[in-house]
Ligand binder design. Structure first.
Ligand code: ATP
Length: 252
């Protein structure tokens, strides 16, 4: 498999505190790669260094063959980064916001088709502030796709969403991958990483302690003799809720 991101011996210090402690990993083309770990593990720091938004202290980063030290501009052109919600003009409609972004990128964009691709065609005349949490996240994913990047970065995209909105967002992220984009996400939800990510790097205190597909990580643990203390239920309360309310694509 072809690596599109290569991180080698990456270190980030804030003063005397080492937040990222010499991590190395590769992200392959067209996979959903997750940085999984608790608050403070160093996920956002790592992501923002790769996005060229933060300076690293040591190590090397290559994105699509471009060295971040020499060619950050080329990297910026081929990646899509999710903005925090505060970055949107609240009183513009979704179509107007997409037009604005397209102008910034100097691109012609079919706003209607783009909104349709994230399940927001009916909201095209709504303002950003009128959207639900899940719709806001879907819209912000749409904005990362405007300039047709080969890699997008999503920092905790489902935090604060209800179960149905999370599942809708997972479907959207899978669709984006299936259409050819590499997706790098951070999450502290184990179930999200297990269901969504093709591979995960488990981070803790600035280090990567394991990296593989969720299935292989689980298989390795089971092969080591691990057993759950009690029988696993065949469904969860979340499944009950989703089953009662249905799996609609648009949440209101
Ligand atoms: P979260 O899930 O809470 O976002 P994270 O895994 O993304 O956590 P980071 O935001 O990368 O973690 O932070 C890693 C560590 O670096 C934390 O201990 C944090 O307090 C520290 N840190 C992050 N940014 C700065 C900064 N600008 N100055 C000083 N320390 C920082």
């Amino acid at each position: 498999m072809e690596p599109v991101i290569r991180v080698n011996g990456l270190v980030k210090r804030y003063g005397s505190f080492e937040a990222v402690k010499g991590i190395s990993f590769e992200v392959y083309k067209q996979e959903i790669f997750g940085l999984l770990g608790p608050n403070g593990a160093g996920k956002t720091t790592t992501l923002e260094i790769i996005e060229t938004l933060r300076e690293k202290s040591a190590g090397s980063v290559h994105v699509a063959g471009h060295d971040i030290d020499r060619d950050a501009d080329s990297i910026k052109r081929i990646i899509g980064v999710q903005l925090q919600a505060a970055g949107y003009y609240p009183s513009l409609t979704l179509t107007e916001l997409i037009g604005l972004f397209a102008g910034l990128y100097n691109m012609q964009v079919d706003a209607e088709a783009l909104l349709k691709s994230v399940g927001l065609e009916e909201k095209r005349k709504s303002r950003f502030k009128e959207l639900s949490g899940g719709q806001k996240q879907r819209f912000s994913i749409a904005t990362t796709l405007i300039h047709k990047p080969s890699i997008i970065f999503l920092d905790e995209p489902t935090t604060g969403l209800d179960p149905q909105a999370r599942r809708n967002l997972w479907d959207l992220i899978r669709k984006v991958r299936d259409e050819g984009t590499t997706v790098v996400i951070t999450t502290h939800y184990m179930d999200e990483a297990e269901q969504l990510c093709d591979r995960v790097a488990i981070m803790d205190s600035g280090k990567i302690i394991s990296i593989d597909s969720p299935e292989k990580l689980i298989d390795k643990l089971v092969a080591s003799g691990f057993e759950r203390p009690r029988e696993v239920r065949k469904a969860s309360l979340e499944d009950v809720f989703l089953n009662l309310t249905g799996h609609a694509w648009t949440e209101e």
